[in-house]
Design a protein around this ligand. Sequence first.
Ligand code: SME
Length: 162
Amino acid sequence: MSTTSNTTQIEEVRKELPRVSSEARSADQLMDDITRLLFDKMLKYNWVGFYMLEPGAEPPMLVLGHFQGAMTPHTRIPLNQGICGAAASSGKTVIVDDVRSDPRYLACSVETKSEIVVPVFVGGQVAGELDIDSHFPAAFGFEDRELVEYCAQLVGKRLAQA
Ligand code: SME
């Protein structure tokens, strides 16, 4: 591993995504591959995982899916809890530059300083989300947001084909 700029890392991931997407044989494999790619290539992405809405659950429940990084205590998150619940219930990307200042935050690791959560849409409905934690404050800028939203779109499109 060598240190490159965040922009260079994003460019490298962007170049790899078409191959990763076309080689994945299922939405499940695509989610697994995307978590690996982002975790391996984006040096400030220190936990990368998908939470998916449990089919038919009432009340709705986010369930941990493919992830890279340390195991989290939050394997099931109701929509009224956490940054994860906020993103899924609003259908909007949530970026938190300083997790300690956000009362919604559910702690996964004491090292986490900032977080981005991007909804995954299937047929216009939220089906899950891509959650990324960083050990660095304000790690997720505009380019990161575009990258993570693009990854979430790829997964949404693949899930729609299933
Ligand atoms: N921090 C999230 C919980 C998931 S862990 O970060 C993996 C939240 O506040 O919803």
